[in-house]
Every structure is written in C-alpha cells, then in structure tokens.
Design a protein around this ligand. Structure first.
Ligand code: NAP
Ligand code: MG
Length: 399
C-alpha cells in the first residue's frame, strides 16, 4: 500500500554522481512508498544545452506554480566543462537562475547524527544559516586610485532635486575606493523568507550586523528586520519562537558557545564566510542540506554539495564508490514533508519523517559511507558503498 500525495512536487534531475544517486533514491526509497505526481525537469547539462537553458526557467516557473521543488546537484559550466561536454556556451548556474526567478533566500541546515560528532563540541542542534544573496560587495564598483584626489559619494534623485554629496576621502597618495548598495525591497524579501523559514522550523531567528559603526547602511538592515519581525509577531509567537538582534561579533561569539538550534540570518558577506565555517564545524558536506525559500512560502530543497565529480569518474572506470546520499535523501524528505504540510496530509509528513529517522538510525547502527566512517565515533569496521547504504535504508523501510 502506498501513500497518496495530493499535489505535485517539481523534480529536477542533475549531473554526474548525484544523478546516479538520485535515481536510486527515487526508485528504492520514494516510489515504492508514495503515489506522487512528479513534474520532472531534466537539468542535466546536456539537456540544458539542448534547450538553450530554457528547461531551467521552465522548472523555476513550475516550482512557483506548485510551491514545492526538489533538485539534484547540477554542473555549473566553466571553461573546462564547456569543452568536456561540447556545450554551446557556459550556461549560468541553474541555482542562480532559479533563485532570481523565485526571489528566494538559501538556507543551509546540517543533519545531526549521534555518532558523527561536530568539531565544535557544544553544538548539539542544527545551526541554520540564511545568506542574503543580493548586493553589498557582490554588486560593488571599485576604483584603484593612482594618486592624490578627492573621492565623493553622490546621489542624484531621478525627479531632479538637490544632489546629496559626501566626501569619502581626500587622497594624498595612492589608495582604493568601493561603492556598494542594497535595496529595501531585497532586504525585506530576505527578512520575510527568514521569518517564514524560522516559523516552519520552529527555531529562534538571529540577525547580526555592525550598526554601531555603520549607522545608516547596517542600521537600515536592522530596522527592516525589526519591522518585519514586529509584523510577524503573532505568527512567531504561535510557533513559540523569538527574534533577536545582535552585533555581528557578538553573534559569532554566541554561536560558537551555543548548543545550536537557531536560524542565523546573515548579510551577504557574513553568510558567505560563516556558512562555510558552520558547515565544516558540523563535519561533512554529505550531511548538509539546502533549501531555497521565497517570501511567499515557495520551497525548493537540495543537497548543499555539488555533483561529486571525482567519484563519478571512478564510477565510470567501473570502480566501486562510497558517495554519501544522505543530503540528497533529506532534500527529498524536506520536499515531501513540506508538500504534506501544505496539503494538510499527515500521513505524507509522517512518511518523510520516518525515512529521515531510518537514515539516521542506519548510520547510528554503524552503516555509513566512507566520508562519515572517517569521522565517526566509534569508527565502523568497514564503510558501505554508495548503493549498499541506500539498499540498507530501503531494507529497513520495507521491514
Ligand atoms: P562537490 O561535488 O561538492 O565535491 C567536492 C568533494 O567533496 C568531493 O570530491 C568529495 O571529496 C566531497 N564530497 C562532496 N559531496 C560528497 C558526498 N555526497 N559524499 C562523499 N563525498 C562528498 O564539489 P566539486 O567536485 O568541486 O564540484 C563538482 C560540480 O558540482 C561542479 O561542476 C560544480 O559546478 C557543481 N556544484 C553544484 C552545486 C549545486 O548544484 N548546488 C553546488 C556546488 C557545486 P573526496 O573527493 O575527497 O571524496
Ligand atoms: Mg563561501
């Protein structure tokens, strides 16, 4: 007897080793248990090339329509990939394309397992990180100044009116200048996505900035967050969670000492740096999931890692691989649970949670891939191959 899923999930296939894992997960762990309408889009590099990348845009539109998507890791072509796959051009990152169409924020969430201890001893619960992915130094203009001269910050209102001019620095010799910006619309969307996700995950929301130094720029972020949190007070109260503003350096110190269990909203650069710090603090890329949340509550789930190219080439040579499928399985369970919540179908949500617990118990019983076996405590006698791990989970799901 399978469980019927009321509404569709948008499925995006991908590349290399993760594409191989993807099919195994779907065939062995999902389809034997669920009757589900999957709207399938092949984002594998060849099909993106064949469709001039239109398939990525169509997939993003479908996620918008149905509200939930699950995506396999994909190649973002560089010069080497252009040649390797004889591509028409270096197509843009599919994640970037989807993110801009959904106007979403990417959150990362580690999977905690008892016998895979985090490097940071105090961390017991997941630390979720949300990175604002627009503006600041990522959309900056810069000038390397050759010699003496005046640098000014100028704003000219479109409708005419007085210019605002501020002196940045009076250069006596060589130096460097940068101009950065952000928009209220983007910051508000970011704050809304963060609140949305904190409510779904039932964790406190933290936001840190340096408003003591940057009274206007960082202060603007602080005020927008405070405003959105105030508007969402009822919703947050119902979820039993709170909003907390901290100075960014205080936030960093508190996070290191905490036991986790919060969503940490970061400005663009902080998120870039801190998401890598938190990811390595929790141990393995194979245990990190990622979810794109749009301000209107559309969710897209995936593993945070890439296509695991090195393992794929071993696989093509006919060699056995031990690639961790946990983050990809949790991308599926995340999407299925979200679908069930939106549809109000408890059996679907329960299925997702059961699959997650079975995966965790399998690892706690000592069956795990090589990346985890290396850091597990206690260490298992041997590690499982890619398919062996999935088969063990499948067996337990059927048992
Ligand atoms: P990667 O796929 O994340 O893998 C880098 C290394 O990390 C692997 O070689 C492996 O280390 C380890 N690793 C990552 N995931 C693992 C897993 N599930 N199980 C076991 N080990 C794992 O990054 P990459 O090889 O640099 O990038 C490959 C392609 O992925 C690129 O074309 C890039 O564009 C794409 N990419 C896509 C996404 C996405 O779609 N979201 C994200 C990042 C990268 P060992 O070799 O030491 O075993
Ligand atoms: Mg980074």
């Amino acid at each position: 007897m399978t469980i019927k899923v009321k509404n569709p999930i948008v499925e995006m296939d991908g590349d290399e080793m993760t594409r191989i894992i993807w099919k195994m997960i779907k065939d062995k762990l999902i389809l034997p248990h669920l009757t589900i309408d999957l709207k399938y889009f092949d984002l594998g590099i060849k099909h993106r090339d064949d469709t001039d990348d239109k398939v990525t845009v169509e997939a993003a539109e479908a996620i918008k329509q149905y509200g939930v998507g699950v995506k396999c890791a994909t190649i973002t072509p560089n010069a080497a990939r252009l040649k390797e796959y004889s591509l028409k051009q270096q197509w843009k990152s599919p994640n970037g394309t989807i993110r801009s169409i959904l106007d979403g924020t990417v959150f990362r969430k580690p999977i905690i397992i008892k016998n895979i201890p985090p490097v940071v001893r105090s961390w017991k619960k997941p630390i979720l990180i949300g990175r604002h992915a627009y503006g600041d130094i990522y959309k900056s203009v810069e000038i390397e100044v050759a010699g003496p001269g005046k640098a000014e910050l100028v704003f000219s209102p479109s409708g005419g009116g007085a210019k605002q001019v501020l002196s940045i620095h009076d250069f006596k010799g060589p130096g460097v200048i940068m101009g950065i910006h952000n928009t209220e619309k983007s910051i508000r969307s970011f704050a809304k996505s963060c609140i949305n996700y904190a409510v779904t995950e039932k964790v406190d929301l933290w936001f840190g900035a340096k408003d003591t130094i940057s009274k206007q720029y960082h202060g603007f972020f602080r005020d927008v967050f405070a405003d959105e949190a105030e508007k969402a007070k009822g919703e947050m109260g119902k979820a039993g969670i709170q909003y907390r503003y901290l100075l960014i350096d205080d936030a960093v110190a508190q996070i290191m000492k905490s036991e986790g269990g919060m969503l940490w909203a970061c400005m663009n650069y902080d998120g870039d740096v801190m998401s890598d710090m938190v990811a390595s603090g929790f141990g393995s890329l194979g245990l990190m999931t990622s979810v794109l949340v749009s301000p209107d509550g559309t969710y897209e789930f995936e593993a945070a890692h890439g296509t695991v190219m090195r393992h794929y080439y071993e696989h093509l040579k006919g060699k056995p691989t031990s690639t961790n499928s946990v983050a990809s399985i949790f991308a599926w369970t995340g999407a299925i649970a979200r679908r069930g919540e939106l549809d109000g179908t408890k059996d679907v949500v329960d299925f997702a949670h059961r699959l997650e617990s079975v995966v965790i118990r399998t690892i706690e019983d000592g069956v795990m891939t090589k990346d985890l076996a290396l850091i597990a405590d206690p260490k298992p006698k041997k590690h499982a191959l890619t398919e062996e791990f999935i088969d063990e989970v499948a067996k337990r799901m059927n048992g």
